[in-house]
Design a protein around this ligand. Sequence first.
Ligand code: AQP
Length: 332
Amino acid sequence: MKGQSRIFSGIRPSGDLHIGNYLGAIKQWIKLQDSHEIIAGIVDLHAITTPHEPEKLRRATLETAMVYLAAGLDPNKVTLMVQSHVPAHTELAWILGTMTPLGELERMTQFKEKGREAAARQGIMAGLLNYPVLMAADILLYQTAVVPVGEDQEQHVELARSIAERFNNKYGETFTVPAVQLQKESARIMSLTDPEKKMSKSDESAKSAIMLADEPGAIREKIKSAVTDSGKEIRYDPDAKPAVSNLLVIFSELSGRPIKELEESYNGKAYAEFKSDLAEAVIEGLKPLQAKLTELRENEQAVLTILRDGSEKAAAIANKTLASVREKIGFL
Ligand code: AQP
């Protein structure tokens, strides 16, 4: 039953989306949209924890919604919402923040990593520290039983669990304590210029990521200049051949051809031929999404309506949880 398996998930509108966001997140939600009740957020409150420009944020929020739809999320099945349009997220985050020890936030790996980057640039803002509290609010508001995440987010979901348990112990059963479901099978796409780093929207190197809206010329160019490993074999071995393995994953995911079959068909062939075929597979694989994206860009009003309706639907669920929290903690 759909209602028993609600999932909240989101992407930060912090830039143009890339094939990593598609293969690692959106494609997984599409697989689940018939069996689960998916709330697909565009998490703009999270996006502003790193430096942003207002016009770009507005545009990226709309573009992210268009990518969700173009990739195949069906607004009749999935709730598409903008996080800042549901004020319950900020209100619950504030309340939960008053019950979260500072030490627990300071030891989060993501805070340490992003904090180091921030310290070198603009300084560390409190919002970066509080990011996992807002994420706990995102999850707990919707009473989700299971949170499918990649390894990098596991620690944040564990924190959400302990925040929920602490609240429930103090005020009585209020939140569903969510179980972590590690998504080992979902693809983790690495940077084309450094296979040790994940592909990322905010990477400074423009050639590191294939954006979902990239033109064929840009895709060919990026794949041509993608780093490879020493040795000539085209084989999947993430430890010995991280770069080629990453290219094989991308090839397989976007063409639907199993990695084994690709290894066999490129046995003895040169990197150049492999890369050239990979580029064509990526171009073909993204074609339907890009065609729909072009259509949606011409009908922004319809997208705004979907977001408004979705945010209202999400707010109805979130406000129910928030009302119970407000009552329990003693707000008049
Ligand atoms: N390289 C990736 N491979 C697989 N999945 C990925 N995701 C992101 N990068 C990859 C998944 O996309 C979802 C949303 O990510 P996000 O934008 O909320 O945060 P992020 O992981 O920080 O994404 P980016 O692209 O790296 O953005 P910036 O550069 O702005 O920080 C998540 O489900 C994530 O796993």
